[in-house]
Design a binder for this molecule. Sequence first.
Ligand code: AHR
Length: 504
Amino acid sequence: MRTARLTLHPAFTVGRVSPRLFGSFVEHLGRCVYTGIFEPGHPTADAAGLRRDVLALVRELGVTAVRYPGGNFVSGYRWEDSVGPVENRPRRLDLAWRSTETNRFGLAEYIRFVRELGPGAEPMMALNLGTRGVAEALQLQEYANHPGGTALSGLRAAHGDKDPYRIRLWCLGNEMDGPWQTGHKTAAEYGRLAAETARAMRQFDPGVELVACGSSGRSMPTFAEWEATVLAETYDLVDYISLHAYYEPLDGDVGSFLASASDMESFIEGVVATCDHIGARLKSRKRINLSFDEWNVWYMSRWQQQTATPAPEEWPEAPPLLEDTYSVTDAVVVGSLLIALLRHADRVTIACLAQLVNVIAPIRTEPGGPAWRQTTFFPFAQASRHGRGEVLDVRVDSPVYDTARYGETDLLYATAVRADDGTVTVFAVNRSRTEPLPVEATLGGLGLTTVVEHSALADADPDACNTRDDPERVAPHQVHGTSVSGGRLTAELEPLSWNVIRLA
Ligand code: AHR
């Protein structure tokens, strides 16, 4: 195999990594909340019903912004059902996931969960702009954030939370371009509603940060036109536009699946171009940033095939839905998607791995039983831990392979982040399923002399995964033989591997 080459130089950078790039997502969907993060009566549950075993794993994962409560769920969400004494909270039909929502876990419990994660975590609250509008958004904002002395802030205090929740980051709806969304709208309808909601929320607090809905996927027929129309209405009123993308091997095409980051990069670049086009049209100096607030591997077609039409009377509580079990191959793809986000850290300043627990998630749980790390847990945790600082504009010269969807694609996919203490972490994926990939990197001017560690996630069995009965089957291992000499890094990447090479 020809050697792949990387060039790193401290003078050439992409931008600073926003901590919010390592966000996640908790939706009232399946068992993400109930028997996921929240299970009163579980042996590890705290007084509030939060599972301490899950909290420990979420902290280890290094999650920052936590988007909530949906997702498709939010488009039927009545925030006032989710506050106050639990025994008074109504049971409601959740049309999005055809479930019964008990509201035992609500706004206060969510804020408590985020606070339990520590100072690095913050709430990211989505508003219902499907079946509701400006008035309800303002009421929720006042209930959550007003210090006191009004009916709604007084209600929060009466519910036990005197101090405001200080939610700064809000999503103006979810996937409003999708016909599956309750209250789906045209771009013009949504753009007006988002603008009016944003304007009103800024009257309450000019410092809020607002995310307008972009397309729910790059393949949507309205993609780009949707963003242009929405931003023409909202450009001066919002800070971010959202992107959502899920990947899976279609028709067994693993080669293309491994190149999913190519699609993610094109998606990001298309949205950046559209934002800047509207900015230019408006002669605005303002820059809209990107909130990639749903991304992951999701075996969606498998789920669609399995889903039988439910009987009319079937509205289960927290049924097991979308509980994908992830393999080594999936972890390598998740790692490459993290690399794509880092490579665009100048414009992607929020990203949320969808979702956090059980539902297409890096953490799985059993009701009343254990919690464990999926394979995809590891690349996220390592990127969150070591991917803080300045992203270097790494140049890659790699042997290629052919893919059906994206044509010739580099076997090596990589980026590097320089921390404030001068240490550098190279994140790299070898997409070859059969061959190790020799890599050489020139480290000009970075003053790096030592390999702190080379960790890799790879396995003789690309389908290997962690399960309840074998929760530690897959984990990163140390690679020996990686060296730095004379400003040059030499490494060999195992076939189908995610690699973290830390240099000092
Ligand atoms: O994350 C699962 C679902 O995917 C979300 O509810 C929705 O926003 C998206 O279509």
